[in-house]
Write a protein that binds this ligand. Structure first.
Ligand SMILES: Cc1ncc(COP(=O)(O)O)c(C=O)c1O
Length: 368
C-alpha cells in the first residue's frame, strides 16, 4: 500500500496558530484514514521510492516536521535531541570562522562552542544579548550569530531585528534558539532569522518523557544542506519519540496559556517575598528565575523543601520543576549562585504558591 501522504494542510496559510497546532501534519481526510499519523517503525523501505532508508526519512517525522514547520513559518527537520540539532548547525561554520553567542546561552550549547574553539575549529565571542550595541558591533567579524531569547537561565531577551540586520550586513547567518518562547510567542523566521532551533524535549513535547530536537528554516538551499548533514551524521529522532513530541505539540497552546498565566501570577508573589532578592521574568513564557537573598544554601534548601514542586533539571513539562542552576559545573560563573530556575507547570496556581510559600517562609531568619 502506498504511504498515505500527509494532508497538504491548509493550516499553514489560513488557520491561526492554535488551529495549526491541532491540524497540521495529519493524514488526509478520507474514509478509513486514521486521524493521527501512526508510528512507523521502519529501518528500511522497499526500494525505488523517496525514503529508501530509515536515516533519510520517516512518515512520523514528516508529520511532526510539517506541524512544527507550519508553526514556525518554515521547513522543519527533527533531531535526536536539541543538542544534536545545535551540533548539526555549528558544523556548518567554516574552519577558523567567528561565532557570536550569548554568554548566558544554555550551557550545553556553550560547551559545544568551547569544545570547538579549544580544538581550533572556530572562534567564539560571547556577548551580553541585552546590550544590542555590543552585539551588533560583534557581528562585524561573525560568520554565525547564535542567539537564544529568552536566555537560559538568565531570561534575557535579545532585540532581534537590529541584530539580524547587522549580522546580515556582515554576511553572517543568524540562528535563534526558540526553546523558551516557542513558536506561539515568537516566530524568528518572520524577523528574517535564518534558522530556528529547538530543544523539543521542553515545551513542544511538554510531558518530560521524550528527548528530541528540531530546526526550521525558510531558505530551501539551507534546508537541503542541513538535511544532508542530518542524513550524514545520523542525529535522527526515533519514530516513537517523534510521535510523542507531535502528540505534545497538539496541546502546546493550551498548556502554554495555562503555564504562562501561572508564571505571571507566581512571579508577582515571589518578588514580594522577603526571602527572594530578585525575580527574573521576561513578561511571557513559563520559566521564572529567582535569586535568593541567602544565596546557594537557601536555594538548595528551597529545592528540597517542597512537596509539589519537583527538584529536577529540564523544563517545559506539565509538572512544575525547579533547580539551582549553579549546581552544574558547566553553568556560567556570572549566573548567581543562589539563582533557582523554575519551570512553571499547569497545576492549580494556588497549590503551586502554597507549596512555595511554606518552603520560602522556612528560609527567613527567625526573630529572637
Ligand atoms: C535553550 C535550550 N537549548 C537547547 C537545549 C538542549 O536540548 P536537549 O536537552 O534536548 O539536547 C536545552 C536543554 O536544556 C535548552 O534549554
Amino acid at each position: 500500500m502506498p504511504e498515505p501522504s500527509l494532508d497538504p494542510s491548509p493550516a499553514s496559510s489560513t488557520f491561526r496558530p492554535a488551529t495549526v497546532a491541532v491540524t497540521s501534519g495529519r493524514p488526509p481526510h478520507a474514509p478509513d484514514q486514521p486521524l493521527n499519523t501512526p508510528i512507523t517503525m521502519a529501518s528500511t523501505y522497499v526500494g525505488g521510492g523517496e525514503l529508501e532508508y530509515g536515516r533519510y526519512g520517516n512518515p512520523t517525522w514528516s508529520a511532526f516536521e510539517q506541524a512544527l514547520g507550519d508553526l514556525e513559518g518554515g521547513r522543519c527537520l527533527g533531531f535526536a535531541s536539541g543538542l544534536a540539532a545545535v551540533a548539526t548547525i555549528l558544523d556548518l561554520v567554516g574552519q577558523g570562522q567567528t561565532v557570536v553567542a550569548p554568554r548566558h546561552a544554555y550551557s550545553g550549547s556553550l560547551l559545544q562552542l568551547a569544545d570547538l574553539e579549544a580544538r581550533g575549529r572556530l572562534r567564539a565571542v560571547l556577548v551580553d544579548v541585552t546590550d544590542t550595541a555590543a552585539v551588533t558591533a560583534a557581528c562585524a567579524d561573525a560568520a554565525l550569530v547564535w542567539l537564544e531569547s529568552p536566555t537560559n537561565p538568565a531570561l534575557e531577551v535579545a532585540d532581534l531585528p537590529p541584530i539580524v540586520r547587522a549580522a546580515h550586513d556582515a554576511g553572517a547567518f543568524v540562528v535563534v534558539d526558540n526553546t523558551f518562547a516557542t513558536p506561539l510567542l515568537q516566530q524568528p523566521l518572520s524577523l528574517d532569522v535564518d534558522i530556528v532551533v529547538h530543544s523539543a524535549t521542553k515545551f513542544i513535547a511538554g510531558h518530560s518523557d521524550v528527548l528530541m530536537g528540531a530546526l526550521a528554516t525558510r531558505d530551501d538551499e539551507l534546508f537541503d544542506v542541513l538535511k544532508k548533514r542530518r542524513d550524514m551524521i545520523g542525529a535522527v529522532p526515533g519514530p516513537f519519540e517523534t510521535w510523542l513530541a507531535l502528540r505534545g505539540l497538539r496541546t502546546l497552546h493550551v498548556r502554554l496559556e495555562r503555564a504562562q498565566s501561572n508564571a505571571q501570577e507566581l512571579v508577582r508573589r515571589l518578588e514580594r517575598h522577603a526571602a527572594v532578592e530578585e525575580g527574573r521574568y521576561p513578561g511571557f513564557g513559563a520559566v521564572i528565575s529567582i535569586v535568593l537573598a541567602e544565596g546557594a544554601l537557601a536555594a538548595d534548601l528551597l529545592t528540597h523543601k517542597t512537596r509539589l514542586w519537583v527538584h529536577a533539571t529540564s523544563l517545559g513539562g506539565v509538572e512544575s520543576t525547579f533547580e539551582r542552576r549553579r549546581r552544574w559545573k558547566a553553568e556560567a560563573s556570572t549566573i548567581p549562585e543562589g539563582l533557582v530556575r523554575m519551570s512553571v507547570g499547569i497545576e492549580d496556581v494556588e497549590d503551586l504558591w502554597d507549596d512555595l510559600a511554606v518552603a520560602l517562609d522556612q528560609l527567613l531568619p527567625t526573630r529572637a
